[in-house]
Design a protein around this ligand. Structure first.
Ligand code: ATP
Length: 242
């Protein structure tokens, strides 16, 4: 198992954010998590990343507890988190440099992931010269260059227009298949979850706990207008409306 989250509980002062939340993700699985707004999805990802600690329960990534900033987790956030004063290539190599990786290896990984994300001509550009979609592709390349065991993605395409978002979803599926990634992807968008995921976990309203999970066994690339896709979407939407 790539990720095991067991009976997690988290409070902020008096506020109970997560209660008894359990999630397991297999190696190579694409798992989407959705739930009502403000229920605690981002909090869950921060706990998995080791950026905060839980009050109860435990988290195991690839057999051990995650360490803050550890290389077992890659994180892609919703907002643009690139360093504006660094070139695209430097944005990818800088965290690798901090982790002590040799220059030659850093350059090799940056070139590989720039190529995979179709950004090979933009290594020398600065973030402000790129579109929103391109910047998120850099963020994905930066997260993957670490070769993390689990990639956490928190609404990474939410700020993009619909067409770019669809393109990014296609690209992400190709990357996931090619690199055999394990991905935990938070989204409000059921269509996005069904396009991407092997399994969709629906959380309860705050405090977030397990509500229901849906296996998505549709072949890829998925057709958003196909009958089984539309039926699953209706099933999840009606669950969430109640
Ligand atoms: N550091 C913090 N201190 C206090 N409360 C916090 C903190 N971080 C988050 N919260 C609260 O925890 C709750 C869950 O927040 P979180 O961002 O995890 O939810 P979410 O499901 O990701 O939200 P959204 O769907 O809007 O993206 C919210 O009510 C939020 O105000």
């Amino acid at each position: 198992m790539a990720l095991v989250v067991e009976k997690l509980g988290k409070n902020y002062q008096q506020l109970n954010i997560l209660r008894n939340l359990s999630v397991t993700v297999e190696k190579g699985e694409f798992c989407c998590i959705t739930g009502p707004s403000g229920c605690g999805k981002s909090t869950l990802l921060r706990l998995i990343a080791g950026l905060e600690s839980s009050d109860t329960g435990r988290i195991i990534v690839d057999g051990s507890s995650p360490s803050p900033g550890g290389r077992e987790i890659g994180f892609v956030f919703q907002e643009d988190t690139l360093f504006p004063w660094l070139t695209i290539k430097k944005n990818i190599t800088f965290p690798l440099e901090l982790s002590g990786m040799k220059r030659e290896k850093r350059e090799e990984l940056a070139a590989y992931f720039l190529r995979l994300t179709n950004l090979q001509q933009f290594g020398g550009h600065y973030p402000h010269q790129l579109s929103g979609g391109m910047k998120q592709r850099v963020a994905v390349a930066r997260a993957l260059a670490y070769k993390p065991k689990v990639v956490l993605m928190d609404e990474p395409f939410a700020a993009l227009d619909a067409q770019t978002r669809n393109y990014m979803q296609q690209q992400l599926i190709e990357l996931w298949e090619h690199e055999k990634l394990t991905i935990v992807f938070v989204t409000h968008n059921i269509d996005e979850a069904l396009y991407l995921a092997d399994r969709v976990l629906v959380l309860t309203g705050r405090p977030a706990g397990n509500r229901q999970e849906f296996l998505v066994k549709l072949p890829r690339p998925r057709q958003r207008t196909s009958l089984p896709f539309v039926k699953l979407r209706e099933q999840i939407l009606s669950l969430m409306a109640n």
